[in-house]
Design a protein around this ligand. Structure first.
Ligand code: NAP
Ligand code: G4F
Length: 341
């Protein structure tokens, strides 16, 4: 039986990856931060199937202990302060977790079990102010946020441990992936949650920042398969994982309202742009500059050719299906919340 250690176990990707590895009969260990109230988050339904180990990416000793206890054959580093906007408010914590945290974990592997295979959750945010369209493994990086800069360090230190110490270390440069388990501060889930509340009559308006930003969106369930595939190859390498399509935030909003049977259209420009209900004329969407970022990533579009050719990976859930699944799930969740009041 193979064993795996997943950091960020209670996050979006951690929970889907744990499900995938359990299906493949791995013994799964999950690194969990100690909080005042125990919270398994997205891994709540897996508590009987996973062995949790308390630890923190900023604490080398806890990571060394996690490696000692788990003796993991495969280590997936998904833990991060992952919200770009917060990285300007907490640049130092973001760096300690997303940059130095990776070195802490690589050192724990090198010292305790150097033959373990390592996956690093790199990100399309490293392309930032994009130097090429679409972005591939050879596109130069230009991060635009403290998060992007910290992740770029994590990316290079992973490569460095591969080249310096022969650790089987891979980076997955994953483009945006969402799901029914996405945190509600990220734009997709913020939209689908608001659409559900508007549909059920408990919210009037959805306020957003830059709706012209374009993202290459896929479903997390598809993307965790690529993580696993990377660690099953003969040779450690880095791969872009993306859908190969890009959409404006505005398009996501429109499709989300459509999925809830609300016909909405945009009118006006800049900060005066609004989305109105075609039937009633009511304003459903507004711009609030408070959600603008100090530096924006305007366009992300990935080229997944290498992952498709070498890993045999292909995304299965389309953009339209992703939006539909998230909206239907939020309508169900908000409905349940209201019936409990
Ligand atoms: P997520 O839902 O925000 O999960 C992040 C996880 O990291 C949570 O379990 C969180 O635990 C944990 N964590 C945060 N700080 C920690 C610390 N100091 N020590 C230990 N654990 C800590 O993120 P996700 O969407 O699943 O993303 C997974 C990884 O992929 C992240 O590294 C993210 O940066 C990267 N990534 C994501 C995307 C995407 O579109 N989703 C794209 C590219 C790369 P708590 O509950 O304790 O905070
Ligand atoms: O959903 P977002 O917050 O995701 P962002 O910044 O693209 O980051 C996500 O994807 C990265 C991969 O590229 C990951 F590495 C990272 O961990 C995270 O998962 O914002 C998407 C876009 C941005 O351009 C933002 O400015 O949506 C725009 N946006 C417009 N209004 C908004 C809002 N974003 C948020 N969160 N909230 C808004 O009201």
């Amino acid at each position: 039986m193979k064993s795996a250690l997943i950091t960020g176990i209670n996050g979006q990707d951690g929970s889907y990856l744990a499900e995938l590895l359990l299906e493949k009969e791995y013994k799964v260990y999950g690194l969990l931060r100690r909080k005042s109230v125990v919270d398994y988050g997205n891994a709540e339904h897996l508590v009987d199937k996973i062995e949790f180990i308390y630890g923190d990416m900023t604490d080398y000793v806890s990571l060394a202990k996690a490696m000692k206890i788990s003796q993991a054959d495969e280590v997936y580093n998904l833990a991060a302060q992952s919200f770009v906007a917060t990285s300007w408010e907490q640049p130092i914590a973001t760096t300690q977790i997303d940059a130095l945290g990776v070195t802490n974990l690589l050192e724990a592997i090198r010292i305790i079990k150097p033959e373990a295979k390592f996956y690093q959750a790199s990100t399309s945010e490293m392309f930032g102010l994009v130097q090429e369209i679409p972005q591939s493994e050879s596109t130069p990086f230009y991060p635009r946020s403290p998060y992007g800069v910290a992740k770029l360090y994590g990316h290079w230190i992973t490569k460095n441990y591969r080249e310096s110490f022969d650790v089987f270390a891979c980076s997955g440069i994953l483009f945006n992936h969402e799901s029914e388990r996405r945190g509600k501060e990220f734009v997709t889930r913020k939209i689908t949650d608001a659409v559900a509340r508007i549909k059920l009559g408990v919210q009037d308006v959805l306020e957003l920042g830059n709706m012209s930003a374009k993202r290459d969106w896929g479903h997390s369930k598809d993307y965790v398969k690529a993580m696993w595939l990377m660690l099953q190859q003969e040779k450690a390498d880095d791969y872009v994982v993306a859908s190969g399509d890009t959409h404006e935030v505005r398009e996501f909003v429109k499709l989300a309202f459509e999925a809830a049977d609300i016909q909405m259209e945009f009118t006006g420009e800049g900060i005066n742009e609004i989305g109105i209900d075609k039937k009633t004329g009511k304003t459903l969407v507004k711009v609030n500059p408070k959600f603008f970022r100090p530096a924006e990533v305007e366009l992300l579009l990935g080229d997944p050719a290498k992952a498709e050719q070498i890993l045999g990976w292909k995304r299965e859930i389309s953009f339209k299906e992703l939006v539909g699944r998230m909206v239907q799930n939020d309508i169900k969740l908000v409905g349940k919340e209201l019936s409990n009041i």
